[in-house]
Design a protein around this ligand. Structure first.
Ligand code: AMP
Length: 221
Protein backbone atom coordinates (compact mmCIF):
# COMPACT_ATOMS: atom_id res chain seq x y z
CA UNK A 1 0.00 0.00 0.00
CA UNK A 2 1.34 3.42 -0.93
CA UNK A 3 0.15 6.59 0.75
CA UNK A 4 1.17 10.04 -0.43
CA UNK A 5 1.12 12.89 2.10
CA UNK A 6 0.39 16.19 0.37
CA UNK A 7 0.05 19.58 2.02
CA UNK A 8 2.14 22.67 2.60
CA UNK A 9 5.05 22.59 5.07
CA UNK A 10 3.95 22.64 8.69
CA UNK A 11 0.55 21.04 8.16
CA UNK A 12 1.49 17.92 10.13
CA UNK A 13 2.44 15.56 7.29
CA UNK A 14 5.33 14.16 9.33
CA UNK A 15 3.27 13.58 12.48
CA UNK A 16 0.35 11.95 10.66
CA UNK A 17 2.73 9.98 8.42
CA UNK A 18 4.67 8.73 11.46
CA UNK A 19 1.58 7.39 13.20
CA UNK A 20 0.22 5.86 9.98
CA UNK A 21 3.55 4.11 9.49
CA UNK A 22 3.34 2.52 12.96
CA UNK A 23 -0.28 1.48 12.53
CA UNK A 24 0.08 0.08 9.02
CA UNK A 25 3.57 -1.29 9.56
CA UNK A 26 5.07 0.24 6.41
CA UNK A 27 8.02 2.69 6.38
CA UNK A 28 7.57 6.44 6.63
CA UNK A 29 9.77 7.98 3.94
CA UNK A 30 10.29 11.72 4.22
CA UNK A 31 12.01 13.28 1.20
CA UNK A 32 12.99 16.33 3.29
CA UNK A 33 14.68 14.07 5.83
CA UNK A 34 16.52 12.14 3.12
CA UNK A 35 17.82 15.45 1.78
CA UNK A 36 18.80 16.68 5.26
CA UNK A 37 20.79 13.45 5.73
CA UNK A 38 22.70 14.17 2.51
CA UNK A 39 23.41 17.70 3.79
CA UNK A 40 24.96 16.21 6.95
CA UNK A 41 27.52 14.40 4.78
CA UNK A 42 29.03 17.81 3.85
CA UNK A 43 29.99 16.57 0.36
CA UNK A 44 29.33 18.14 -3.05
CA UNK A 45 25.86 16.64 -3.38
CA UNK A 46 24.95 17.65 0.18
CA UNK A 47 26.08 21.24 -0.48
CA UNK A 48 24.05 21.39 -3.68
CA UNK A 49 20.92 20.17 -1.88
CA UNK A 50 21.52 22.59 0.99
CA UNK A 51 21.61 25.55 -1.40
CA UNK A 52 18.04 24.81 -2.55
CA UNK A 53 16.63 23.99 0.88
CA UNK A 54 18.01 27.08 2.63
CA UNK A 55 16.44 29.25 -0.04
CA UNK A 56 13.08 27.52 0.34
CA UNK A 57 13.29 26.21 -3.22
CA UNK A 58 12.58 22.71 -4.43
CA UNK A 59 15.44 20.35 -5.16
CA UNK A 60 15.36 19.86 -8.98
CA UNK A 61 13.04 17.07 -10.10
CA UNK A 62 15.72 14.89 -11.64
CA UNK A 63 17.78 14.79 -8.45
CA UNK A 64 14.76 14.41 -6.14
CA UNK A 65 13.39 11.52 -8.23
CA UNK A 66 16.77 9.78 -8.36
CA UNK A 67 17.27 9.90 -4.58
CA UNK A 68 13.72 8.86 -3.69
CA UNK A 69 13.64 6.00 -6.18
CA UNK A 70 16.89 4.78 -4.64
CA UNK A 71 15.17 4.73 -1.25
CA UNK A 72 12.10 2.99 -2.70
CA UNK A 73 14.30 0.17 -4.00
CA UNK A 74 15.18 -0.83 -0.42
CA UNK A 75 13.66 -4.12 0.79
CA UNK A 76 11.60 -2.60 3.63
CA UNK A 77 9.23 -1.08 1.04
CA UNK A 78 8.07 -4.52 -0.07
CA UNK A 79 4.58 -3.88 1.33
CA UNK A 80 4.48 -0.20 0.44
CA UNK A 81 5.36 3.10 2.12
CA UNK A 82 4.08 6.40 3.41
CA UNK A 83 5.59 9.07 1.17
CA UNK A 84 5.89 12.34 3.07
CA UNK A 85 6.86 15.30 0.89
CA UNK A 86 7.27 13.33 -2.33
CA UNK A 87 5.96 13.89 -4.95
CA UNK A 88 5.92 17.67 -4.80
CA UNK A 89 5.49 18.42 -8.51
CA UNK A 90 3.20 16.94 -11.13
CA UNK A 91 6.22 15.63 -13.02
CA UNK A 92 7.42 13.78 -9.90
CA UNK A 93 3.91 12.32 -9.51
CA UNK A 94 3.86 11.05 -13.09
CA UNK A 95 7.29 9.44 -12.70
CA UNK A 96 6.25 7.90 -9.37
CA UNK A 97 3.12 6.38 -10.94
CA UNK A 98 5.23 4.80 -13.67
CA UNK A 99 7.73 3.51 -11.12
CA UNK A 100 4.96 1.88 -9.06
CA UNK A 101 3.22 0.49 -12.13
CA UNK A 102 6.40 -1.37 -13.00
CA UNK A 103 6.24 -2.97 -9.54
CA UNK A 104 2.52 -3.70 -10.10
CA UNK A 105 1.76 -1.30 -7.30
CA UNK A 106 -0.25 1.92 -7.07
CA UNK A 107 -0.98 4.83 -4.78
CA UNK A 108 -4.01 4.02 -2.65
CA UNK A 109 -4.63 7.49 -1.24
CA UNK A 110 -3.20 11.01 -1.50
CA UNK A 111 -3.85 12.80 1.78
CA UNK A 112 -4.05 16.59 1.48
CA UNK A 113 -3.67 18.34 4.85
CA UNK A 114 -4.69 21.98 4.53
CA UNK A 115 -4.12 24.79 7.00
CA UNK A 116 -4.26 28.60 6.53
CA UNK A 117 -0.83 30.10 5.66
CA UNK A 118 -0.81 32.43 8.69
CA UNK A 119 -1.20 29.48 11.02
CA UNK A 120 1.46 27.53 9.12
CA UNK A 121 4.03 30.30 9.60
CA UNK A 122 3.25 30.49 13.30
CA UNK A 123 3.55 26.71 13.68
CA UNK A 124 6.81 26.43 11.77
CA UNK A 125 8.78 29.16 13.49
CA UNK A 126 7.83 27.57 16.82
CA UNK A 127 8.57 24.03 15.65
CA UNK A 128 11.39 22.05 17.25
CA UNK A 129 12.39 18.67 15.87
CA UNK A 130 14.08 15.61 17.31
CA UNK A 131 16.97 14.88 14.89
CA UNK A 132 17.17 11.23 15.98
CA UNK A 133 15.90 9.42 12.87
CA UNK A 134 14.55 6.54 14.97
CA UNK A 135 12.39 9.04 16.90
CA UNK A 136 11.63 12.20 14.86
CA UNK A 137 9.23 13.58 17.51
CA UNK A 138 8.00 17.07 16.69
CA UNK A 139 7.35 19.78 19.32
CA UNK A 140 5.91 23.27 19.35
CA UNK A 141 7.30 25.65 21.96
CA UNK A 142 3.77 27.00 22.55
CA UNK A 143 1.29 24.19 22.34
CA UNK A 144 3.44 21.06 22.65
CA UNK A 145 6.63 21.98 24.53
CA UNK A 146 9.03 19.24 25.73
CA UNK A 147 9.00 18.56 29.49
CA UNK A 148 12.67 19.64 29.74
CA UNK A 149 13.49 22.68 27.63
CA UNK A 150 15.28 21.69 24.41
CA UNK A 151 15.31 17.92 25.12
CA UNK A 152 13.19 15.25 23.44
CA UNK A 153 10.76 13.64 25.94
CA UNK A 154 10.89 10.34 24.08
CA UNK A 155 14.61 9.70 23.51
CA UNK A 156 16.52 12.43 25.37
CA UNK A 157 18.18 13.83 22.21
CA UNK A 158 18.78 17.59 22.02
CA UNK A 159 16.05 19.18 19.89
CA UNK A 160 16.90 21.30 16.86
CA UNK A 161 15.29 24.04 14.83
CA UNK A 162 15.59 23.04 11.17
CA UNK A 163 17.71 25.37 8.98
CA UNK A 164 14.62 26.14 6.88
CA UNK A 165 12.22 26.68 9.80
CA UNK A 166 12.54 30.47 9.93
CA UNK A 167 9.98 33.05 8.84
CA UNK A 168 11.73 34.19 5.67
CA UNK A 169 12.33 30.67 4.33
CA UNK A 170 8.85 29.53 5.33
CA UNK A 171 7.29 32.33 3.29
CA UNK A 172 9.36 31.25 0.29
CA UNK A 173 8.45 27.58 0.86
CA UNK A 174 4.76 28.50 0.96
CA UNK A 175 5.07 30.47 -2.25
CA UNK A 176 6.80 27.51 -3.89
CA UNK A 177 4.06 25.23 -2.59
CA UNK A 178 1.22 27.38 -3.87
CA UNK A 179 2.75 27.91 -7.31
CA UNK A 180 4.12 24.43 -8.00
CA UNK A 181 2.73 21.80 -5.69
CA UNK A 182 -0.95 22.66 -5.83
CA UNK A 183 -1.14 21.19 -9.36
CA UNK A 184 -0.61 17.88 -7.61
CA UNK A 185 -3.88 18.19 -5.78
CA UNK A 186 -5.70 18.47 -9.10
CA UNK A 187 -3.68 15.56 -10.45
CA UNK A 188 -4.73 13.21 -7.64
CA UNK A 189 -8.28 14.53 -7.65
CA UNK A 190 -8.57 13.47 -11.29
CA UNK A 191 -7.41 10.00 -10.29
CA UNK A 192 -10.10 9.95 -7.61
CA UNK A 193 -7.72 9.16 -4.74
CA UNK A 194 -7.57 12.60 -3.11
CA UNK A 195 -8.53 12.78 0.57
CA UNK A 196 -8.62 16.32 1.96
CA UNK A 197 -8.47 17.23 5.66
CA UNK A 198 -9.19 20.89 6.41
CA UNK A 199 -7.45 21.97 9.60
CA UNK A 200 -7.03 25.11 11.67
CA UNK A 201 -5.24 25.72 14.95
CA UNK A 202 -8.56 25.67 16.80
CA UNK A 203 -9.72 22.39 15.30
CA UNK A 204 -9.95 19.59 17.84
CA UNK A 205 -9.13 16.94 15.25
CA UNK A 206 -6.22 14.98 16.72
CA UNK A 207 -3.53 13.12 14.77
CA UNK A 208 -5.17 9.89 15.93
CA UNK A 209 -8.57 11.03 14.54
CA UNK A 210 -7.00 11.86 11.16
CA UNK A 211 -5.23 8.49 11.04
CA UNK A 212 -8.44 6.62 11.94
CA UNK A 213 -10.32 8.45 9.16
CA UNK A 214 -7.59 7.60 6.63
CA UNK A 215 -7.70 3.95 7.69
CA UNK A 216 -11.50 3.92 7.26
CA UNK A 217 -11.08 5.36 3.73
CA UNK A 218 -8.50 2.67 2.92
CA UNK A 219 -10.74 -0.10 4.20
CA UNK A 220 -13.41 0.97 1.74
CA UNK A 221 -10.86 0.52 -1.07
P1 AMP B 1 10.09 19.02 4.09
O1 AMP B 1 10.89 18.37 5.19
O2 AMP B 1 9.14 18.07 3.41
O3 AMP B 1 9.42 20.31 4.55
O4 AMP B 1 11.14 19.44 2.94
C1 AMP B 1 12.17 20.37 3.20
C2 AMP B 1 12.73 20.87 1.91
O5 AMP B 1 13.30 19.79 1.15
C3 AMP B 1 11.73 21.51 0.96
O6 AMP B 1 11.46 22.87 1.27
C4 AMP B 1 12.45 21.35 -0.39
O7 AMP B 1 13.49 22.29 -0.51
C5 AMP B 1 13.10 19.99 -0.25
N1 AMP B 1 12.20 18.92 -0.73
C6 AMP B 1 11.54 17.99 0.00
N2 AMP B 1 10.84 17.16 -0.75
C7 AMP B 1 11.06 17.54 -2.04
C8 AMP B 1 10.62 17.07 -3.31
N3 AMP B 1 9.77 16.04 -3.43
N4 AMP B 1 11.06 17.71 -4.42
C9 AMP B 1 11.91 18.74 -4.33
N5 AMP B 1 12.35 19.26 -3.17
C10 AMP B 1 11.94 18.67 -2.02
Amino acid sequence: MYIVMLGAPGTGKGTVGGLLSKELNIPHISSGEIFRNYIKKHNKLGKEIESYITEGKLVPDELAIQLIEKRLEEPDTENGAILDGFPRTENQAIVLNKFLEEKEQRINIAVDLSLPDKEIIDRIVKRRTCPNTACREIYNIDFKPPKVDGICDKCGTELIQRIDDNEQTVKQRLETYHTISEGLIKYYKKQDILYTVKLNNKSDLTTKDIVEDIKAYLNKD
